[in-house]
Design a binder for this molecule. Structure first.
Ligand SMILES: Cc1cc2nc3c(=O)[nH]c(=O)nc-3n(C[C@H](O)[C@H](O)[C@H](O)COP(=O)(O)O)c2cc1C
Length: 358
């Protein structure tokens, strides 16, 4: 059997980053089509089984948004050992994104800078693929929704997105924290978020009545937030029945530890240098929410130790992306195995026991 993960990992290292990514998606799609496999790695150690806002996860280690923007390979990524997979960000209309190059590997820093700008095929293509998925799958598949760069009414774009994906996925993430769509992060301010969350609550009530379903709704936030913004965001999310927060997206900060020549590129920084700052912000959200919101930790996870640190800081589940650029799609089961060993070593019987225990 072809070792698709090994092949993908080698391609990722030698090709221009975005070309490598496209080749990885194509390889995973071809593998699924011709049933070449990679081996099904979706069975996780039972200690990792956990619940996230009613979603059953075999493992709390999920794939973050941006890897599968067009919902092309969610099943392949579940087979690759992720406990849940977030597709998107999808915008209502197809969008080319920023000119290339727009994705940079900072090899010396195990980091990535991207200014993709929501390149995606739009909601029609995205929802058509979601509609093809089998109803029985080995983990939840989420849809991450955004707004077109030139949208006359951005809130309407989010409402359209929520309405379209509502019955087709297991959870929905509202991305208001991409640094690559000018002005988008302003939606994190108290009044703007209240207006957006109010609109989404209406859509949700209407769709819930029509479909009998009610997938959890998460909001994805930036790591570049001050304590007062964290408190305001938490209270606003609670006031509008948002189920959880994904903490965090990429950062605009450029730590002075960065060594790669590419560190001056514009865009969002992710990978290893984001681990400590995003975990600090996660801990602040945990303190602010006091168990009233689910938190999903993302930013710089490359190992079981990193995933465990997020859980101890208050995350009920975690997501990663950038480390795949360095390690290839075989990373998820390694992180999961190491996390399971750490939970046992510290005497925890489950993930949920460890949440916030740090
Ligand atoms: C190339 C790239 C594209 C991304 N695209 C999206 C996106 O479309 N929507 C989103 O919410 N986050 C996106 N992200 C952010 C990731 O989902 C994640 O929050 C962030 O990279 C931190 O995790 P990491 O350090 O494990 O990568 C992207 C990240 C990268 C590296």
């Amino acid at each position: 059997m072809t070792d698709l993960y090994g092949l993908a990992a080698r391609l990722i290292r030698v090709l221009e980053p975005e070309t490598a990514h496209q080749a990885t998606i194509k390889g995973l799609k071809a593998g699924a089509k011709f049933r070449l496999g990679p081996r099904d790695l979706s069975k996780a150690d039972p200690i990792l089984a956990t619940r996230l806002c009613g979603l059953e996860l075999a493992s709390p280690v999920g794939l973050a948004a941006g890897f599968d923007k067009n919902a092309e390979v969610p099943l392949a990524m579940l087979r690759a050992g992720f406990g849940f997979v977030e597709c998107g960000t999808v915008t209502p209309r197809p969008q080319a994104g920023n000119p290339r190059p727009r994705l940079f590997r900072l090899d010396a820093d195990l980091a990535v800078i991207n200014r993709m700008g929501f390149n995606n095929e739009g909601l029609d293509a995205f929802t058509a693929r979601l509609a093809q998925l089998p109803s029985q799958r080995s983990g939840p598949i989420g849809a991450n929704i955004g707004a077109n760069k030139d949208a006359p009414d951005r809130l309407a774009d989010y409402a359209t997105g929520l309405k379209s994906v509502f019955g087709l996925c297991d959870y929905v993430t509202v991305n208001i924290s991409s640094p690559n769509t000018p002005g988008l992060r302003a939606l994190q301010s108290k009044d703007a978020l209240a207006e957006l969350a109010g609109r989404l609550a209406e859509v949700r009530a209407e769709r819930r009545a029509a479909t009998g379903r009610n997938p959890p709704l998460f909001v994805k936030v930036a790591p570049d937030l001050a304590e007062d913004e964290i408190l305001a965001l938490t209270e606003t999310a609670l006031a509008f029945s948002i189920d959880g927060l994904i903490v965090s997206n990429t950062t605009l900060a450029r730590p002075n530890t960065l060594r790669s020549d590419q560190r001056g590129e514009a865009g969002g920084l992710s990978g290893a240098p984001l681990m400590a700052p995003s975990t600090r912000v996660l801990a602040s959200f945990h303190a602010a929410a006091q168990g009233r919101l689910a938190l999903i930790g993302a930013g710089g996870i490359a190992s079981g130790a990193d995933a465990y640190a997020k859980i101890l800081a208050g995350a009920s589940a975690v997501q990663l992306y950038s480390a795949l650029v360095y390690e290839g799609p075989g990373l998820a089961p390694r992180v999961a195995r190491d996390l399971a060993a750490r939970l046992r070593a510290d005497g925890f019987a489950s993930v949920s026991e460890a949440v916030g225990a740090g």
